[in-house]
Design a protein around this ligand. Sequence first.
Ligand SMILES: Nc1nc2c(ncn2[C@@H]2O[C@H](COP(=O)(O)OP(=O)(O)OP(=O)(O)O)[C@@H](O)[C@H]2O)c(=O)[nH]1
Ligand SMILES: [Mg+2]
Ligand SMILES: [Zn+2]
Length: 291
Amino acid sequence: MLNGVIIRAYNSFYYVQTADNVVSCKLRGRFKKERFSLLVGDQVEYEMAGAGKGIIENILPRRSMLRRPMIANIDQVILTFAAVNPNINRILVDRFLVLAEMSELEIILCINKIDLADSQELEEIVTHYRGIGYQVLTVSAKADLGINELRSKLYGKISVFAGPSGAGKSTLLNNIERGLTLVTGELSEKIGRGKHTTRFAELLPLSGGGFVVDTPGFSFTEFNDMKPTELMHCFPEISDRVSECKFSTCIHSREPRCAVKQAVADGKIDEQRYQSYLEILGEITENKKGF
Ligand SMILES: Nc1nc2c(ncn2[C@@H]2O[C@H](COP(=O)(O)OP(=O)(O)OP(=O)(O)O)[C@@H](O)[C@H]2O)c(=O)[nH]1
Ligand SMILES: [Mg+2]
Ligand SMILES: [Zn+2]
């Protein structure tokens, strides 16, 4: 049996990347029920059925699954923001970080368009997020800065580029891998949002090994089904302290003897990060009231 990874799914065809080519596969009849559960990113075993064609015989166990977009076996999320245009906004960064933390994947914060940035403001934001423990890279797709370091983080892994629209995700990927011609800013406006955002997710192979996934940006983050206990663990610096709160049910808002609030008062947790936490907490507890 041969091995490969599904890089694209279209109609009932699955395009399977092998060591040296792409094979267009159909599913073995007995798998038809599972058709909708087979995802881009899945590792499969297949048998050849003519030139460039194959039949998928087996799906290997998944290491991970990302929900938005639905992709299997992702290793890391490259959360991409523009330093400027659109200007970086810490609350928005925190909101995206929470979504990324929910996926339990590795996170790299990538700040693009540093060619336009004020170096002091950039330094501040980098220091801030490194201080919390995040990996932060500063790059410019246009001016070709920091691209090699970013590239080196991608090889041998499956990485999803996510973040707000206009951050430069597609431009970065076009720069990282010669031969990619992803639609970027100016063009995507002409095509219109509708078409741009309904694209199917696909794995784009890197010549040095590994895959990247471009995603359409969204500027609106939602936390519909999240529980307060999940939320607190999406802030590493809060998560680290929850066991020190007086009450095990503490959600770190109005409770007395709360180690998190104490850490904010002592300057050990950043006040603005705590405000981001409270803002999202307010949204998820507000949602519950309707039921
Ligand atoms: N000055 C500058 N402009 C950049 C840089 N990277 C991207 N841009 C511009 O920013 C705009 C948006 O870039 P895209 O790559 O389309 O952004 P995106 O994140 O893919 O956006 P969506 O697909 O809508 O989510 C384009 O006009 C790019 O030319 C950069 O490093 N510096
Ligand atoms: Mg794009
Ligand atoms: Zn607490």
